[in-house]
Design a protein around this ligand. Structure first.
Ligand SMILES: C[S@@+](CC[C@H](N)C(=O)[O-])C[C@H]1O[C@@H](n2cnc3c(N)ncnc32)[C@H](O)[C@@H]1O
Length: 312
């Protein structure tokens, strides 16, 4: 089986030869002319976003097979009633206990504004790092007891933050992303789930300085947000601004070439302490071992690594 589409590879390493829809997209011997690459990248992204969301999302989500999905058909999830969205139950099982959330996928084709506007990687699918972070969170719910929790770059579902809000015992949860389409989707999801604590969502762009009296958080979580070279410094500054002095950030992301190490280097340059943990959960480690057999699996771009970040 071939890799059909991999945004992470597109974004990061154009030397991969990826087959998509029978077309060879990037050839290591081909010219690296930036304009052509950008044009093709936009075409691929447009194509992916136009595909039915369950096709793209569910297929990718199954990559670590920690989450299972079931389409919801009850009347309250009728498309016409809930803003042209298809609904799924996302479930994961940790030590025999089931955790589930109702999650909406937008059915609408994406507009030109969507495609040309703010970073859209969070609207393409739920990425394996979010899946792994959700699993890790549900395996360690005590971490969030009475804590103020913030998710950065949570994408179309902010899944990990919402699992914490439903099954942990946090003081409150704010899930965020810089993309307003993602956050519109999350707002609808919030209305169709019950949470144990005050839970809200907001557009939060890492490069926009927080207001003078902004709140700080005991735990910040984030999945797959380290590969944007141009935004990484903003992301690090954002962690510094929002993390409480004795707080902990759980940052999950694949190695992806030098990007994860660049994050560590840039964070440490600002005084943050980073602890890189490759084997942080036995079930995820076992999934990785099984995936190693699959020739489409590229550990460097697919395996989510956990970085625990604290203030010195
Ligand atoms: C690869 S996606 C990951 C989404 C989600 N965490 C997941 O793993 O499914 C990266 C996310 O970072 C967000 N993002 C990128 N640059 C950003 C910025 N400067 N400020 C806020 N969010 C940003 C994107 O909107 C996107 O949702």
């Amino acid at each position: 089986m071939r890799t059909t589409f991999s945004m992470d590879q597109l974004e990061l390493d154009l030397s991969y030869g990826i087959e998509f829809g029978g077309i060879r997209l990037f050839d290591s011997s081909a010219t690296r002319d930036k304009k052509n690459v950008a044009r093709r990248r936009w075409a691929i992204l447009a194509n992916a976003l136009k595909k039915s969301t369950d096709e793209t999302s569910v297929r990718r989500i199954s990559s670590f097979a920690l989450l299972s999905t079931r389409q919801l058909t009850a009347p309250q999830y009728d498309k016409a009633q809930v803003s042209k969205r298809t609904w799924f139950e996302y479930s994961l099982k940790v030590n025999g206990r089931a955790y589930s959330l109702h999650v909406a996928h937008r059915d609408r084709a994406f507009s030109a504004e969507d495609l040309m506007g703010f970073n859209n990687t969070g609207n393409v699918c739920i990425w394996p790092s979010e899946e792994a972070l959700s699993y890790y969170a549900c395996s360690n719910l005590n971490l969030f007891d009475s804590r103020r929790v913030l998710e950065l770059g949570g994408g179309l579902s902010c899944l990990a933050g919402l699992y914490i809000a439903k099954y942990g015992n946090p003081k409150g949860v704010l899930v965020t992303d810089g993309n307003k389409t993602s956050i519109e989707n999350v707002r609808v999801i919030l209305q169709h789930n019950e949470f144990v604590c005050p839970t809200d969502c907001a557009v939060l762009k890492w490069g926009e300085p927080p207001s003078h009296a902004h709140e700080q958080y005991d735990i910040i979580i984030s999945a797959d947000c380290l590969f944007f070279d141009e935004a990484r410094a903003d992301f690090v500054n954002c962690l510094n601004a929002y993390l409480a002095r004795d707080g902990l950030a759980l940052v999950m992301a694949p190695q992806r070439g030098s990007t994860l190490n660049n994050f560590i280097r840039q964070s440490e340059a600002t005084g943050l302490l980073c602890d890189k943990i490759v084997n942080y959960n036995q079930a995820i480690w076992d999934k990785r071992a099984a995936l190693m057999e699959n020739r489409d699996y590229v550990d460097d771009v697919h395996y989510p690594i956990l970085i625990q970040v604290t203030k010195a």
